[in-house]
Design a binder for this molecule. Structure first.
Ligand code: ZN
Length: 358
């Protein structure tokens, strides 16, 4: 894999990438005022289409002076509130409402979105574990490289809309992506609180660097994440939080007029996932019975769930216990479970975020 070259642009005030050599093309002009809803094309050459391309939805709404926000949904193809809410925004918004630029990629992992799966059926890859991407790699790696090299460098804010996926139910939350710099961290917290979700959680994915939010952080963007209800479902309540959250972040950035609409239940819990000790993982091959409900306050040692062995009816189930005191932030959705599968994720209070972010 070749890594992008960092160049510094004095006028932009932060290091910007020079895109690696690539063949991606688009009729959407990122610099043209007005509203354009089209695609970018990633050339591929399969058996039935020698000189064809995979088309990925891309929209630009630009007007006047102001910052640029990149809004991404469909990072995982089985997470639906973000793509729905972002599509609504694109249809509803008039360019005259905008000060600056919205770049929207509402079904970025397009083959996974079409399949309704977390990973791409083309190459089996999880888009959110492929950054900074590779233009000489597989389709998923090429799309990540385009976002990393061609969209992050022209953006000031990055909003990445998730929903847990088919395997997890999650408390609808805005997600703080920890920044490598104190100033970046403060800006990320402030922007994430502006989303206005009922729960706010700092998640560092155990230090994972291959996510789109981690890659955007490395390029100095203000980064906001979200995780809506999950389970491969569409939650009307989470969809409403997502709709409001997108507009709130646009107001926070100054791209839409007005103050973020912070409803009474917003930011009621500000939490952090405190590393590997917060994960309840199966060591067994069986069927998972969750005991703790989502959002429950639990103590270390409390029964979290059980794993049953259907082929061995004489065998007692194995009991899973919570490793720490905390709140059940995420819960496994499927019954079938194997060694290494994540059954629960706990979060704990993170009061410093309010002091840091406001
Ligand atoms: Zn996701």
């Amino acid at each position: 894999m070749t890594n992008p070259t960092v160049v510094t642009s004095e006028s932009q005030g932060r290091a910007r990438l020079a895109p690696r050599r690539n063949s991606v093309f688009s009729a959407v002009d990122l610099d043209r005022p007005g509203k354009q809803i089209g695609t970018f094309s990633v050339p591929q050459s399969p058996h039935d289409d020698a000189w064809g391309a995979v088309q990925v939805p891309l929209a630009v709404i630009k007007n006047g002076e102001g910052p640029t926000i990149l809004i991404e949904a469909g990072n995982h193809g089985d997470e639906y509130e973000g793509p729905i809410a972002l599509g609504e925004l694109l249809r509803e918004i008039d360019p005259s409402e905008v000060s600056g630029r919205i770049i929207a990629i509402p079904a970025i992992n397009i083959r996974a979105v079409e399949a309704g799966t977390r990973t791409s059926p083309v190459d089996g890859l999880n888009f959110n574990r492929t950054f900074p991407g590779d233009f000489n790699g597989t389709l998923t790696e090429q799309i990540a490289a385009y976002v990393n090299d061609c969209l992050f460098p022209v953006s000031d804010y990055f909003l990445d809309l998730h929903s847990g996926g088919s395997s997890l139910m999650i408390l609808p939350s805005a997600i703080i992506e920890p920044s490598p710099t104190p100033e970046g961290h403060r800006r990320n917290i402030a922007a994430t609180l502006a989303f206005g979700a009922p729960t706010v959680v700092m998640v560092d994915n155990l230090g994972e660097t291959r996510t789109s939010t981690a890659a955007a952080n490395l390029q100095g963007l203000v980064v906001i994440g979200s995780e809506m209800a999950g389970g491969g479902l569409v939650s009307p309540e989470a969809l409403e939080i997502c709709r409001r959250g997108i507009r709130n972040v646009l107001k926070h950035a100054g791209i839409l007029k007005g103050e973020p609409e912070i409803v009474p239940e917003a930011n009621a819990r500000v939490l952090t996932v405190p590393g590997a000790k917060a994960y309840v993982v199966s060591d067994e091959d069986g069927v998972f019975e969750p005991v703790s409900p989502l959002g429950a306050m639990v103590k270390a040692g409390d029964v979290a769930g059980r794993i049953h062995f259907l082929r061995q009816p004489a065998r007692e189930p194995v009991t899973l216990t919570h490793p720490i005191d905390g709140i059940v932030f995420a819960k496994r959705q499927p019954g079938r479970v194997r060694p290494g599968n994540c059954c629960f994720v706990l979060a704990v209070d993170y009061p410093e975020a309010l002091a840091d972010g406001i």
